[in-house]
Design a protein around this ligand. Structure first.
Ligand code: HEC
Length: 154
């Protein structure tokens, strides 16, 4: 490799690092400016990540441990961010969140902690169909239980 090649490679890496930094910054700005859009995107991503494991749970597709754990990792990561995306200023507008979110904020936020803990525990405990059947419904139960209380009926 010639010197110029090495240099341009370095420049490309710098550009990549900068793009990644800007990307991360942009996400943070979006979350600040529009927490409703930010939380909806995280919820949608979780639902998407749980689609395949849901089909496996119903026996529609064979158990794929790697995919299950990938999905659970998304749930663990997103639930850690979601609690912070319900500021007082985001009650109105195009949101499916009920006012109760802000009346019972500690209980509401605590449910994301439980979801994250259950997802993390499931990543460790799921090893076969039996342990999958034992752990997965518990994780998924957190979604519906919270929606029932804090989300407008759809
Ligand atoms: C602690 C409460 C809570 C938990 C736990 C929770 N949700 Fe939600 N979810 C909400 C609320 C509140 C909304 C409405 C958000 C809004 O519109 O601002 C919502 C909205 C959604 C939406 C609609 C997003 C959109 O685009 O409008 C989806 C999909 C969703 N949740 C999936 C899930 C899944 C899947 C799980 C479990 C892995 C989950 N949720 C766990 C409270 C929760």
């Amino acid at each position: 490799m010639t010197k110029t090649h090495i240099l341009s490679g370095k420049r490309m890496l710098c550009g990549l690092a900068l793009a990644m930094l800007l990307g991360a910054g942009a996400t943070a700005v979006v979350a600040q400016e529009d927490p409703v859009a930010a939380r909806k995107a995280l919820f949608k991503q979780m639902a998407g990540a749980l689609k395949a494991p849901g089909q496996m749970l119903k026996g529609e597709t064979p158990l794929d441990l790697a995919r299950v754990k990938e999905g659970l990792a998304v749930v663990a990561a997103n639930s850690a961010k979601l609690g912070g995306l319900f500021p007082e200023t985001s009650k109105a507008g195009d949101t499916g969140a009920l006012p109760k979110v802000w009346e019972d904020k500690a209980d509401f936020t605590g449910r994301f902690d439980t979801l994250g803990k259950d997802a993390a525990a499931a990543i460790v405990s799921i090893k076969d169909m039996d342990s999958f059947r034992a752990a997965m419904p518990r994780v998924l139960g957190n979604c519906g239980a919270c929606h029932k209380i804090y989300r407008k009926p759809t």
